[in-house]
Structure formats: C-alpha cells, structure tokens
Ligand binder design. Structure first.
Ligand code: G6P
Length: 487
C-alpha cells in the first residue's frame, strides 16, 4: 500500500517530539506520547522524505531549539522532515488555551453545565478572530507552501478545525482530511458558543474532503451541526454538500500499539509496580487519566465512597488507585477541578482511611503496573473521543479484571458488550452499582469477558487505522467513494 501513497503532510498542534533545554545549554528531545503521535509516526517514517510533519513550536524550549536550527536534526533522528511554526507566544496562548482547550474542548465534551460556564465576553470572540483563525491560516499556508498540489494533507484535531477551509481558499487541488480525536457533541453544545464561531468552525471543517472521527456517535454529532448551519446532509451515505463541494464523513476507531505496550509492561519498572500493588492484597480498583473534567474523576470517587459505605464486605479490603496526570494547568477550570479531585478523595479517605491512593505523576510504568494487576478498571468519562486507557488496560491485565465503562467513552462501541456499563455517568448511585457488579462477578464470567476484551483489542493494528484513511483519501482523489462504509 505504502509505495502507492503520494506525498503526505501531517499537520497537528503537537509534533512528534518536544525539545527540552539541558543545563549544558544543548537541547534534549522527548517523544510525543499516545496513540496519535505513534500512529502518524509510522506513516511518516515509512515515507521518509516523501512525508512532512508540520506542528507548532509549543514551548519556549521548542522556539529556542528551532531558532538554533535544531529542527533540521530531526530528519535523521526520526527519518522524515519536521517543520515547526514559530507562533508569537501571546497569540499561541490564546489559540491553544483560550480557544482550543477551553471553548472547543468544552463544546466537544458538552462541559458547559459541568463547569458552570454560562456566558462569553468580547475577549472570546476576539481570541477566535485574532488568534485561532490566523494560527489556522498560518498552518494552512505552511502546508500549501511545503507541498505540491497533489499532496494529501492530514489535519489533526480541534486545534486545527478551520485550517481545511483556509487551505481550500488557497485554491488548490490537494486532498484534505480533518480528523477529530475528541468527542463531538452536536449543535446543542456547539451553539452555546457566540457568533460567528459555530458557523465558521463547521464551514472551516467542511473545507476537508474527508472528516474522520473515532466512532459513529461523534460523526453523527458533526452531521447534525452541519444541518444546523444549513448544509445538505446525506445521512445514508454520510456526506455533506456545502458551498458547491462534497465532504465525506467516516469513523476510524483508533487502535493501540499492543506490541509496544506489552514490551514495556514486561520490563522491570512496570513489573515492580505490579508487585507492589499486588502485595497489598485485597481488591484493587484502578483508574488512569489526565486530571480532566470530562473524565468525571470526582463522581468516580464519590461513587466508590458510596459503594464502601453500603458494602462493609467490600470496604474491608478494596482500594482505589487513581493515577492522574496533571494537564493544562494554565487553565483556571483545570486548576479548580484538581482541587475538587483532592477534596473528593480526602472525603472518602476520612470515612474509609487509606482507601484511595492518589498518584499525580506522569509515570507510565506505574500505570502499566496498575493495569497488570487491577481487579476492576474504572472509565466513567462523561464523553471521550476514544479512551485508550480502556484498551490498554484490558489488553495487558493479568488478573481477569473487569472493565467498568461509561457509554460516553468512544471505546464503548467496541468494548461495551464485554464491560459492566455505566449508562449515566452523572449518576453516582448507578456508578457505585456498576462497581459493585464488577466486584461481585463470578470468576468464570470475569475470565470469559477478559479474554473477549483482549481479543477485540488485539484485532486491529495502528497501521490499519491510518491506512484506511489514506486509502479513502486516494479514492476520493480519484473521484470515487471512500471504501470505509458509512455507519
Ligand atoms: C488529548 C485528547 C486529544 C488532544 C490532546 C491534546 O490526548 O484526547 O484529542 O489532541 O489531548 O493534548 P495537549 O497535551 O495539547 O492538551
């Protein structure tokens, strides 16, 4: 497949690596974590000089390294060229924090009520118009300059939602993908944003030939938003016609890199954490998340507390290990949420001393150790694009652990049938009841479900995720329908 692929430009806010400033004055490099960077890195490596990755210099160290000419070294280190955009820091902050991670993230996850956001000031629209839009245009212009007119351009995520529209306005024949990695809630939540944001966002995305989402519910949310701005939607074939063009909408559920995960989970550091957690004895409930409101961590703790209150037998020997990575700490909503997380854990620990262990370090070996030995894994997100934790945990757990999974997680589409479901993640009683069901499940049933979950997760490779998208883009370029079916 790969030899037929024409030139490809990957465009994302975060690149495949970040620079760090070393005490020696030189620059170190850290690899981007997670499914997105890993899956795209595979394509870029395979294509070598026929691919390019465009990303923002997202920190002072990135900008300094870039000015020192260090991005050129990435060609030999990664096997493909990387182009970093030097965006003025105040503009970057408004594009990244104020618009992408606040307005768009909150809209995509329907967090307005959860976080009590009721209105927007003139500053909001100004950040959209004078930071988000110019940065998206800058990305589009860089993609246009860097490539020939027959390139495939793959824009990633909500940070770059309007870049497809900007590239389209540059009037070339490039075939454009936009992939949303988060959930996509629908018009009820998007329309809470002030004018002209909802319309410009949807029209910007419709500059793409193909819009990718992880699962059908998010694709449907997008299609409903298209209708609300007056675009023509064909639900059966899943395409949208607007401004004389057609955009196809498809779902591509992202898999995990199982081989990599297993290899690291087999090594000393992860095994030592696993031994440590096992040595406590008793039952272990685990969660591993970014400390993020959409993950619904506070209600998870309250539900756990309720389960222990109601079930003295479980209260005797059940511990909850929550591995949380602090994230987006520049945002007041996130800082305040972390405070609520601490208070909720303290509250439960006051009633049931030592029952919740909170780890706030980004230590993936610890998480792997916890995955290996959990008796139950809690994923009670309000909404989640995919949720890789539910896939990673079930793929390597060695204790026939049960997955307790909310319907709002994208992974519910694939894993829901073998999990204990949380139908309404806002409901603490229902969440507590789901945890109880997990701990009460008979060993034979636990093993049966764990085995099925492992088989589902192992059934798809990361390469397939991106190959499907590339094949569909090539079909569209040739005037055909995407091979991936509408759902
Ligand atoms: C999560 C989301 C992605 C998003 C990423 C941004 O992983 O699932 O949709 O692109 O966060 O990461 P950042 O570190 O920039 O907040």
């Amino acid at each position: 497949m790969t030899t037929e692929v024409p030139d490809i430009v990957l465009v994302s806010n975060r690149g495949p690596v970040s620079f760090t400033e070393e005490p020696s004055g030189d620059y170190g490099i850290t690899r981007g974590a997670g499914g997105l960077a890993g899956a795209l890195d595979w394509v870029a490596r395979d294509l070598g000089d026929r691919a390019m990755w465009i990303a923002a210099a997202s920190s002072a160290a990135d900008r300094a390294a870039m000015r020192a000419g260090k991005t050129a070294d990435l060609r030999s280190l990664l096997g493909y060229p990387v182009c970093l955009l030097d965006i003025e820091p105040v503009t970057y902050d408004r594009y990244y924090n104020d618009v992408s991670n606040r307005l768009l993230w909150f809209a995509n996850h329907c967090l307005w009520d959860e976080l009590g956001v009721t209105d927007f000031d003139a500053e909001t629209v100004d950040a959209w118009t004078n930071a988000y839009e110019p940065v998206n245009k800058h990305f589009a212009e860089t993609a246009a300059t860097a490539t020939g007119s027959d390139a495939l351009v793959l824009f990633q995520d909500y940070h770059l939602a309007t870049a497809p529209g900007h590239l389209r306005l540059l009037g070339d024949g490039r075939t454009i993908l936009h992939f949303t990695h988060s959930s996509f809630c629908g018009p009820d939540c998007l329309d809470k944003l002030p004018d002209p944001i909802p319309r410009q966002l949807i029209e910007g995305m419709l500059g793409a030939d193909l819009l990718g989402f992880h699962v059908p519910p998010w694709a449907h949310g997008f299609l409903r938003c298209c209708e609300s701005v007056g675009a023509q939607v064909n639900h059966e074939q899943s395409f949208v016609e607007h401004a004389g063009r057609r955009s196809w909408v498809r779902s591509y559920p992202i898999p995990i890199d199982l081989e990599d995960l297993k290899e690291r989970a087999g090594k000393g550091p992860a095994r030592r954490w696993a031994e440590r957690y096992k040595s406590h004895g008793g039952r272990l409930l685990v969660r591993a998340d970014r400390a993020e409101p959409s993950k619904n961590i506070v209600r998870g703790f309250r539900a756990f507390g309720k389960m222990l209150d109601d079930r003295p037998d479980l209260a005797e020997d059940t511990r909850f290990l929550a591995c949380l990575y602090p994230t987006r700490e520049a945002m007041p909503e996130y800082r305040s949420y972390l405070g609520q997380v601490h208070r909720a854990a303290l509250d439960v620990n006051d009633r049931h001393p030592g029952s919740i262990e909170l780890s706030l370090e980004a230590d993936f070996d610890r998480v792997l150790g916890a995955y290996l030995v959990y008796d139950a894994l809690l994923v009670n997100s309000l909404m989640d694009g995919m949720n890789l934790v539910s896939k990673e945990g079930t793929a390597i757990n060695e204790a026939a652990g049960v997955l307790v999974l909310a319907r709002g997680a994208g992974s519910y589409e694939e894993l829901g049938s073998q999990s204990v479901s949380i139908d309404d993640p806002y409901n603490i009683d229902a969440t507590a009841a789901a945890m109880e069901r997990a701990f009460d499940m008979r060993p034979a049933e636990r093993s049966r479900r764990a085995e099925k979950l492992r088989a589902i997760v192992a059934g798809r490779l990361p390469q397939q995720w991106i190959s499907d998208q590339l094949n569909d883009l090539q079909a569209i370029r040739a005037g055909l329908e995407p091979a991936t079916p509408a759902q």
